[in-house]
Design a protein. Structure first.
Length: 214
């Protein structure tokens, strides 16, 4: 009789444990495999990463300047990051189509020109491309647009070889994580959320925050 009572107690505890676990999972605000996913393919050696990161970024944002949803996410991200200076964030332009390549030159151009000339913000570039992306139809037109925004007479020398190398690295980076659409955000190279799973810019930020703080 005592053994039967003990067995029943063990069964009850096991059932309660399963119920508690199921309740906890149902209480989670976002579901893996639905709202976000584990990164399926990543670089095998971070030290050999083509972007030469010193450490894994907290967030990596894949984007295209002609993408309205990307602009929405970037706008929301600016507010989100305002009080989070310690988060390591990198942005990687995606070349999902041949005609996106020219826009991928803008980021390395701006990085070279940083602290040399006044530059527009990321949101300024988005707005220009969303209004008329033909202004960035070539490397030269994008470069000239940046110089026009800076309103300078003496134009700094650009290391164009580094520009071409950066664009190729962006492509390799996206391929290594099997990124094919924008906006997509990778969190600590472990989880990924994209436009399809997030449904909206605000919800994408909520998922990102959840994954950063879980």
């Amino acid at each position: 009789m005592a053994k039967l009572k003990l067995l029943l107690s063990v069964l009850i505890l096991a059932i309660l444990s399963q119920v508690s676990s199921a309740a906890q999972q149902s209480a989670e605000p976002f579901v893996e495999g639905v709202d976000y996913f584990k990164v399926e393919s990543q670089l095998t050696d971070i030290k050999d990463d083509l972007t030469q990161l010193e450490e894994v970024a907290d967030l990596e944002i894949f984007y295209w300047y002609g993408c309205y949803a990307c602009w929405q996410v970037e706008s929301a991200m600016v507010n989100y990051l305002a009080d989070k200076p310690d988060l390591r964030v990198i942005r990687t332009p995606l070349v999902a189509h041949v005609n996106w390549r020219e826009q991928a030159y803008i980021q390395p151009l701006m990085e070279q020109l940083a602290n040399k000339v006044p530059l527009p913000t990321e949101l300024d570039v988005y707005q220009a491309c969303l209004a008329d992306c033909s202004v960035f139809q070539s490397y030269e037109s994008g470069r000239d647009w940046l110089f026009e925004q800076a309103e300078i007479e003496d134009k700094p020398i650009i290391d164009e070889v580094a520009i071409w190398a950066a664009e190729k690295n962006y492509q390799n980076r996206a391929d290594s994580f099997s990124i094919s659409q924008v906006p997509t955000i990778i969190i600590k190279e472990s989880f990924v959320v994209d436009a399809n799973s997030a449904k909206s810019a605000d919800r994408m930020i909520q998922i990102v925050n959840y994954l950063l703080t879980r």
